[in-house]
Design a protein around this ligand. Sequence first.
Ligand code: ME8
Length: 520
Amino acid sequence: MAAGRPTYYITTAISYPNGAPHIGHAYEAIATDAIARFKRLDGHDVYFQTGTDEHGLKMVQTATRAGVTPRELADRNSALFQAMCDGLSVSYDRFFRTTDPAHYAACQELWRRMRANDDIYLGAYAGWYSVRDEAFYDESETTLQGDGTRLGPQGTPVEWTEEQTWFFRLSKYQDRLLKLYEEQPDFVGPDSRRNEVASFVRGGLQDLSISRTTLDWGIPAPDAPGHVMYVWIDALANYITGVGFPDENNPKWRYWPADAHIIGKDIIRFHAVYWPAFLMSAGVALPKRVFGHGFLFNKGEKMSKSLGNVISPADLAAAYGVDQMRYFLLREVSFGQDGSYSHEAIVNRINADLANDLGNLAQRSLSMVAKNCDGKIPQPGGLTVEDAAMLAQADALGDKARAALDHFALHTYLAEVWAVVAEANRYFAAQEPWKLRKTEPDRMATVLYVTAEVIRNVAIMAQPVTPAAAEKLLDLLAVDPDRRSFAYLGQPGRLIEHTHLPAPAPVFPRYVEPETEAVS
Ligand code: ME8
């Protein structure tokens, strides 16, 4: 707790900087950012960490092919990931790089603690390894192809590896892990992922090879000359190093245990099986939740360089706008499921939900205020049943959105907000304030007040997803920057009549096809 506020520590996975970031990376960063912003606005002391995972064989192989050192490759691409976050309004508190020297010491301490607990021993590894996944697989998880090659469960090639390596006694943790999933059913989400993880663990756990001697691009294992740590030990440990591990007096240590690790479905096993086992072994508290989101596809196809459909997040943002792209991804895809994007779908969301439903309503109602109410927040009179019902719906948004966010249903939270926008449009159309100007000016003032008040609530709730546009909307309503958190939803933050408003300006422009071919 800081100043009485509950802490909330949230992380993305840390990406391999073996190439430039793609839209899947952007999706994870945006979704996690929306949750972080939501929690900040909801009164939490939030710490949000993202970053890059820079060691391992995959980095070495890519660097060799590119004729650079792994460090050069990491430096070059890590900067692109950070720039992607900055360009997409991702409000991280720390951008973590696993090549940070402090991380070496922290990982070595984690290793020592696991070894002190008798969980690390020297042995010989012989088995299948996927460099692309940086993962060891049991032969039963691999499939032999017609051409004699073998693929792992994620469809990536595996190769036979034999080495003397250090092992972690993962098998020892089978029962404790199963107990964890049972006692804390929301430790792994969504439910389908929990079932998948639990059945994997129930099937029996093999001890895990956790060092390599065939590469030196990694963190040296303590008291084990010639061995560097398996990249996943070092990668997962970023979550604790980032908040000060092993220094429990570090002021940031108050954020541990993490409230949520947001990751993709392909790396659930590492986060929901290996990571809690390492922490149990080292005597460190476990994160509260691991949530595996789905994969994003371009028109339903997997993105790949050979298909030529890899679109950079920067291109997408440049074509449609940052807030628009954020809204689209979080509204269109059920968080936890796979999703698809296409030019048509993005344009449809931008023009229907943003430009038409919210943008037009704000523009029309605020223009009427500017013209007919002297550019000031109008004074409402007595409320009709319709007015009260409209306000009640807007006032209920906070609780509905919180309920959705509790299980990371970002799409449901947005659907709730936009249901109120739709209702506000119906209300505005039914009340016909433009007809009341001459006949019943007081009634017009009330309708415009109610509409403006609904827009204020909607704009507050939209801040996590469309931060720049929501800020503009709140500026247009002259809402004090200190009164934009969820504490001011509903009654506590009601617009104050006679407040002078700036001249109305459009917030969400319509998407118009450019002359040249659009990104699709
Ligand atoms: O897995 N759609 O890094 P990474 C949605 N370094 N999400 C996607 C995606 C797609 N098409 N492709 C990838 C790693 N992701 C490790 C993580 S964490 C301690 C170490 C997600 O660069 C993926 O699921 O391959 C993961 O959560 C993140 O992007 C980084 O993937």
